[in-house]
Design a protein around this ligand. Structure first.
Ligand code: CP
Length: 351
């Protein structure tokens, strides 16, 4: 749809000083995204449609939507994709952003998460995007500041905006997307018949968790694959629709989407992982793709360890959608920022 229409519908109806209306039902501030599980399928449809409409709007129109609003990016862990795409998304909507990192702030002097959040709020932040090493930190921040918090990855727990951008990438590639207001939204049948294989360091992966909590709700079958050190049997207890297949080649033969996960060296302490064996058994290569999954879509949330979980040729090959994934992140994060700062009901058709 035309961008002009988008701008008129996503008006600056709500500002920081005005009461906001939202159907978001949560004990946490409206517009927060702490876990993928808090979004209904209608919410997700609304976010996907909003992402498409915001992407289609002209840069000039987008820049007025959240003009002058203030967002803090609070990062206690390194990030390239998430941080940059949130920042670019915010700036393209006219938001004033500030980055606070644990490396160059009073966090280094021991300031707590709560006090850092209260300080950012006192400086005018209306929303905080948080990446933290500890699971659950976004809940604490939302509770202690009363501000909408967007979880940009908390420890080994969740990465909900990544799951949304992964979903958008799959829907676009599989041509199943709700790309415009006129299309029916997603439903519990949208991914029926689709098998998503998630391979690698499931144990430490917040991306695997958020995707496994999301995709079966749309009808997808999720297969986890990896060695026991990185994929304990109890991983299937995450929910219905998730199974384990230890044999990577057998799993690949069933997959429509192959999501490879990074070996997280920083979280492997104490684990005895034989990397040579891992590469033999679980590395995604062009040979494996050609033999077992010639039509599958290849995803990776990044950063990639080339030559470890995926070969360079597979990462750069025609089946790879890894760069596309990153691009989808900007649109999804624009929609999440509008949702957080406008307090509007995207799912209800405000956009
Ligand atoms: N996918 C992801 O979270 O990447 P970054 O760590 O670079 O943000």
């Amino acid at each position: 749809m035309a961008g002009k229409k988008t701008a008129s519908r996503v008006s600056r109806r709500a500002t920081a000083s005005q009461p906001r209306t939202s159907v978001f039902v949560s004990p946490y501030p409206a517009g927060s995204l702490l876990s993928i599980t808090q979004l209904s399928l209608d919410d997700i449809s609304g976010i996907l449609v909003a992402a498409t409409e915001l992407e289609a709007a002209s840069p000039r129109e987008r820049a007025t939507l959240l003009e002058g609003r203030k967002v803090a990016l609070l990062f206690y862990e390194s990030s390239t994709r998430t941080r940059t795409s949130f920042e670019l998304a915010a700036k393209s909507l006219g938001v004033v952003t500030t980055l606070v990192s644990d490396k160059s702030s009073s966090i280094e002097k021991g300031e707590s998460l709560k006090d850092t959040g209260i300080t950012l709020r006192a400086l005018g932040a209306e929303c905080i995007i948080l990446r933290h090493v500890s699971s659950g930190a976004p809940w604490l921040l939302a509770q202690s500041t009363g501000l909408p918090v967007l979880n940009a990855g908390d420890g080994m727990h969740e990465h909900p905006s990544q799951a949304l951008l992964d979903l958008r990438t799959m829907l676009a590639r599989l041509r199943l997307a709700p790309v415009a207001r006129s299309t029916a939204g997603i439903s519990k049948a949208t991914l029926r018949g689709i098998t998503v294989l998630i391979t690698g360091d499931i144990l430490h992966s917040r991306v695997a968790r958020s995707n496994a909590l999301l995709l079966p709700r749309l009808g997808a079958r999720v297969i986890f694959c990896g060695p026991p050190e990185l994929l304990p049997e109890h991983a299937v207890s995450i929910g219905p629709g998730v199974t384990i297949e230890r044999d990577f080649d057998k799993a690949l033969a069933q997959a429509d989407v192959v999501m490879m996960l990074r070996i997280q060296n920083e979280r492997l302490a104490g684990l005895k992982l034989n990397l040579a064996d891992y590469i033999d058994n679980y590395q995604l290569t062009v040979d494996r793709l050609t033999l077992y999954a010639p039509n599958a879509v290849v995803l990776h949330p990044g950063p990639i360890n080339r030559g470890l979980e995926i070969s360079s040729e597979a990462a750069d090959g025609p089946q790879s959608m890894i760069a596309e994934q990153v691009r989808h992140g900007v649109a999804i994060r624009m929609a999440l920022l509008v949702r957080a700062l406008q307090g509007i009901n995207i799912a209800g058709g405000t956009l």
